[in-house]
Write a protein that binds this ligand. Sequence first.
Ligand code: ZN
Length: 500
Amino acid sequence: MNPTERWRFGGRAVLLAILLTALPAAAAAEASAATATAAADGASQLALRAAARAAIYRENPFLIAAVSRVGGFGNVASNAIANRMYSRDFAPALADAAAKLVVEPQGPGTWLLRFPWVNVAVFETSAGLVLVDAGYAPAGPALRDALRKLSTQRVHTVIYTHHHIDHMLGTWALLEAGERPEIIATAELLDEVDRDLQSRELTSRLNNQTLTDFPRSTAELPMPTRTFRGRLELVIGQDRFVLTHAPGETADQLWVSVPTRGVVVSADYFQPFLPNAGNGKRRQRYVTSWAAALRDMAALRPLRVLPMHGPALVGTEEVERRFTSQARMLESIARQTLAALNSGTRKYDAANGVSLPVELASSADAAELYVTPRDIARTVAQEYTGWWNELPSEWSPVSRATQAREIVALAGGVEPLLLRMEALRTSDPPLACHLADWVWLAAPDDPRVLRGATAAWLERLRRLPVPTQEAVEYVEHLVTLRLQLDALETTRAAVPLSPR
Ligand SMILES: [Zn+2]
């Protein structure tokens, strides 16, 4: 499976892969349209950012690889869908979901529907179809059509593994087609959806989704018709479905065992790389509970596991080995983090000494494509402590800009810092980027600062490969720097020359 896709961009074939990244979702045409739009109304910050981002990728093609490490998150990617997961009518996204869907038989009456980015599990029972998850909104019509080809049965039940937008929104098209399934999720899902709606703009931004698509209330979402806490056993036709709630990637997540078929649907607990258990842009994740869920699933010795991202796992040995390995990684990170915190290592430093067990570190399931062990360690620390990072002055800090101006003044202005940054850029890129932040916070209106910071961040991305999520944030900072520089140059150009 090719985890990325190619798209023509400024005459150059570029590799793109962007689950929840901010590479422009649509292609070059959209980027130039964005420029035109931005120029026309002068108001669209998003359009300006899209145009700046496109220009940065065009000028620095190596960045495409830097942000594409995770590919399609175990599936194929889709630029058309990446930033439009709430949309029911963005035609390119609907078309791409249909075109790229691969239906994989997984035993009698059992299928894994592999959409770009995400899967849907389908079970045909004598009472009707049972779905685990329904994909993002643009997957809805393709899901409806695929089910009609697979079976004459109606949809009896849809189970949501968790509230994330790529898992539950596709149900809309089934409802619109007249299906009336029971929709089941944990009671905790309702709280999570509520948090997303309350933080609409923030959540949209952090997920790189288009705000105009974002629902304003649960009335616009295919919400559960039935919720439960803990564990729920369903008998549907001749099959049993056992739903188990276990906080992991989200507080509301569940996994599903279908003992009548020897199948476990593992939701997002298993991902075919170091799991997304340390996400700096998402709400709390529950690392030890996540590991326990992996062990609980493996203990059932399923013949087959259907994950929501990546290919199915077949064979009890395979499942046992891979699930246990990932559980051990997560447990080890949690143990190391807690040991550091307990021994007095301050929270701002506790993640830095954490590493994967050596015997597991080289496996594909440990690959740092999306997050690092340090990211996971920070999540663990967050689960046990409050917001303070344990640096005394940061309980009640003065603003970062004030701190930065003081530091820059002590250094004798921006020049010495810029010189030092340049010296460090190749020998110690992360340290150079710390200086880049200080000098940028102190003097964001100085074009030398903006150019120097840009050079530092580009060099860091060039020299130190980082997982997708981290790389994307650095690129977004480059976008900010570029827009600031553009604004300065526009202002300067607009000032008439003073008469001599
Ligand atoms: Zn997911």
